[in-house]
Write a protein that binds this ligand. Structure first.
Ligand code: SF4
Ligand code: SF4
Length: 205
């Protein structure tokens, strides 16, 4: 039992039953609220239903998992899933034909990076055709949101995310920062071609 103030007469609808109305203010009324049905109030039926789903999956996994390929989880790290060809993995810095870093420190990628996780310190080159190179090039893979915008922004195919590897777990924060040397080591897996080679470069190696 309780008193509520409402703007309409609930007695004409399926709402709570109106028991009395105040003679001084018709908006003040006493209404009767029905208790929920026992099966709704106890949650027993819902609990049993959820438990049934859990048990069904449990016995399916235990009794026929391996034979029927029912289990959808992977026993990582013993087994690994194949990433799709266009999976964005760890970055790599590409090399030129002469082995030099392809990046010209144009600063397009740190400018476009939404996570501000690329650090470049440009330096002058002796090469007359190329003005600058990155003396420092670091990517904080913990801050990276794997958006791929750095790859899109690069005007000379100097940075890619086609390694097919995800960032490795680290214990120290600074270990998540990929240095220029580490990026170039991954870049040495193939030589850059303007416009990219697509995922097929992995088969050629
Ligand atoms: S993938 Fe996105 S977040 Fe990561 S370094 Fe490139 S631009 Fe920044
Ligand atoms: S966009 Fe490309 S060339 Fe420019 S700084 Fe980044 S990696 Fe280097």
């Amino acid at each position: 039992m309780g008193a509520h103030a409402t703007d309409h007469d609930d007695s004409e609808t399926d709402g709570p039953k109106v028991l009395s109305v105040s003679p001084r203010n018709p908006r003040v009324r006493t209404i009767q609220i029905h208790r929920p049905a026992p099966q709704d109030a106890s949650f027993l039926a819902a609990t049993a239903k959820g438990l049934g789903v859990t048990l069904r999956h449990f016995f399916k996994n235990v009794l026929r998992g391996k034979d029927h390929n029912y289990i959808e989880t992977v026993e990582y790290p013993e087994k690994k899933v194949d990433y799709p060809e266009r999976f964005r993995g760890l970055h790599r810095l590409m090399h030129r034909d002469d082995g030099a870093v392809r990046c010209v420190a144009c600063m397009c990628c740190p400018t476009v990076c939404p996570a501000h996780c690329i650090t470049i310190v440009p330096a002058q080159t002796d090469d007359k055709g190329i003005e600058k190179f990155p003396a420092v090039f670091e990517i904080d893979e913990l801050r990276c949101v794997v958006c791929g915008l750095c790859v899109e922004a690069c005007p000379c195919d100097a940075i890619r995310m086609d390694t097919g590897e995800h960032a490795k777990p680290v214990e120290e924060r600074h270990d998540a920062v990929m240095t220029k040397d580490a990026l170039l080591e991954l870049g040495a897996r193939s030589t850059a071609v303007q416009g990219g080679e697509g995922a097929a470069w992995r088969e050629r190696k």
